[in-house]
Design a protein around this ligand. Structure first.
Ligand SMILES: NC(=O)c1ccc[n+]([C@@H]2O[C@H](COP(=O)([O-])OP(=O)(O)OC[C@H]3O[C@@H](n4cnc5c(N)ncnc54)[C@H](O)[C@@H]3O)[C@@H](O)[C@H]2O)c1
Length: 262
């Protein structure tokens, strides 16, 4: 039998091919889980799945039919599901980022991935999680859900919505007696492709260099350094594991103190 804090658990991670998702996949697999990597990026997702002894499943989280097929594939392959990490998200807009320059189609595009993707994931995974004896759902939110930012209106709203949906899902599952926990994780600033893109974008908008904008971001972190991807992966591992068996509807904020003084 495999050893580890999540030994034998079958876990699906969306947006698992890159950034935080990839770190989460590695951490869970390192602790004995069989991890299904779901992403629109087939090349990186497949390489990671091969490397971690899991399986890649191509999934656009906005596509309900694809969710149904993904859950069916997992049931057929692994016989059940013990954990879901709704991590896939986008941040950038084609038009402006604030309320005066926002384009409604950008808002809808962000909500389609960040909110619809999370709702569809919960909706279609819950029956299989319940059938498997219960489990844990982790929805990736952000400190943007807790701190309003004038320049990130669509993203912040989508992540606040994810936070609220999570609490409803947690309550629903408890009331139904499903033994399924549902929590959010709220990262601060990690230099993944997503954050690098956002720093580059906001630097251009502010007429600053990338390095100056990165330094400004850093100055807002009380602990004085950017987080590592592993900081988030450790937290997700904990929430997926049975060590967190009494935690549901909670917000785990991992931000180096960024939300303390705001
Ligand atoms: N990086 C940060 O500082 C930070 C801070 C707070 C929250 N977060 C959150 O953490 C999560 C991961 O972010 P990241 O920085 O690793 O981003 P990333 O851009 O590096 O990775 C996102 C992954 O999601 C995938 N993806 C995008 N759209 C998809 C879709 N429609 N269907 C399936 N997969 C899709 C991408 O292919 C990619 O592999 C996101 O939910 C993000 O909002 C990140």
């Amino acid at each position: 039998m495999t050893a580890g804090r999540v030994a034998g658990k079958r876990v699906l991670v969306t947006g698992g091919a890159s950034g935080l998702g990839a770190a989460i996949v590695r951490r869970l697999a390192g602790e004995g889980a069989r991890v299904f990597v779901a992403d629109i990026d087939g090349e990186r997702g497949t390489a990671l799945a091969v490397d971690t002894g899991g399986r890649f499943l191509e999934l656009d989280v906005t596509d309900e039919a694809a969710w149904i097929a993904t859950i069916a594939a997992i049931e057929q392959d692994a016989g059940g599901l013990d954990g879901l990490v709704n991590n896939a998200a986008i941040i950038n807009s084609r038009h402006g980022l604030d309320i005066e320059t926002i384009a409604i189609d950008d808002l809808h595009r962000l909500f389609a991935v960040n909110v619809d993707g999370t709702v569809l994931g919960c909706k279609h995974a819950i029956p299989l999680l319940a059938h498997s004896g219960g489990g844990s759902i982790v929805n990736m939110s952000s400190i943007a859900a807790l701190l309003p930012a004038g320049f990130l209106i669509s993203y912040s709203a989508s992540k606040a919505t994810v936070m609220h949906i999570t609490r409803s899902v947690a309550l629903h599952c408890a009331e139904k007696g499903h033994a399924i926990r549902c929590n959010t994780v709220h990262p601060g600033n990690i230099l993944t492709p997503m954050l690098r893109d956002m720093i580059a974008r906001t630097a251009v908008d502010a007429g600053m260099t990338y390095d100056a904008m990165a330094a400004l971001n850093l100055s807002r972190i009380p602990l004085g350094k950017f987080q590592e991807e592993s900081d988030i992966a450790h937290a997700v591992l904990y929430l997926i594991s049975d060590e967190a068996r009494y935690i549901t509807g909670s917000k785990l904020v991992i931000d180096g103190g960024m939300t303390l003084s705001n």
